[in-house]
Design a protein around this ligand. Structure first.
Ligand SMILES: C[S@@+](CC[C@H](N)C(=O)[O-])C[C@H]1O[C@@H](n2cnc3c(N)ncnc32)[C@H](O)[C@@H]1O
Length: 198
């Protein structure tokens, strides 16, 4: 199991994670445009925020962001950024939000393959998604024929999001970028919380 605290201090110095965050945010804005989801002024929950590389991009468009990560050292890095930027609209949580809290957008960037049980965590997170809200996850694509491969298959993501009750579920390659000679092509999975009568 990864000790994420150990990675916090130099996480932001890695070119690959910086590029990943920029590319993930671009893929989010493309998805929002394509599906008529208004990112501007939305409320967001950044689950598994790490040092806040994606949070930083969200902070430029969202009206309010709650961010949570289980690693105190990762949270400390984001906390320093919040202070430095004087972001009053970004709140760092040290646990999952309380039950009544609902968001227009929930993002999970490269975290769901690390939780104990993926479908249970998706169910738990979706309690916080407003009706009409958008859920988005980015993860490595699992190659079942490769023992060293990590992540999810497209079918696993599609099934999990659909069984959790999301509508308009879509799964595909989020982006493809090459950093230091290695190419990243993670999956993006998304869905909307349907209106009760739809
Ligand atoms: C690969 S990093 C991604 C961080 C950030 N989302 C990014 O894109 O830079 C994975 C993060 O997931 C966090 N994490 C792992 N298990 C978690 C859990 N059960 N709940 C919340 N965060 C978790 C780790 O602490 C770590 O910061």
């Amino acid at each position: 199991m990864t000790d994420w605290d150990q990675h916090a201090a130099d996480w932001d110095e890695r070119a690959a994670v910086q590029t990943y965050a920029v590319s993930a945010f671009r893929s989010l804005t493309s998805l929002a445009e394509a599906t008529d989801f208004n990112l501007a002024g939305c409320s967001a929950f950044d689950f598994g925020c790490g040092t806040g590389l994606l949070t930083e991009h969200l902070a430029s468009v969202c009206a309010h962001i709650d961010a949570f990560d289980t690693s105190p050292a990762m949270r400390d890095v984001l906390s320093a950024k919040i202070d430095r930027h004087q972001w009053r609209h970004v709140r760092l949580l040290d646990q999952l939000p309380p039950a009544p809290q609902r968001y227009d957008l929930i993002v999970c960037s490269s975290v769901l393959s690390f939780v104990d049980h993926y479908p249970t965590m998706v169910d738990r997170l979706l309690r916080h998604l407003a009706v009409g809200g958008l859920f988005v996850q980015w993860d490595w694509e699992l190659d079942p024929s490769d023992d060293q491969s990590h992540g999810f298959t497209r079918e696993e993501v599609r099934r999990t999001l659909a069984e959790a009750g999301l509508a308009s579920v879509a799964v595909g390659v989020a982006f493809e970028v090459t950093v230091d000679g290695s190419t990243m092509s993670p999956l993006i999975g998304s869905g909307r919380r349907p209106r009760p009568d739809s």
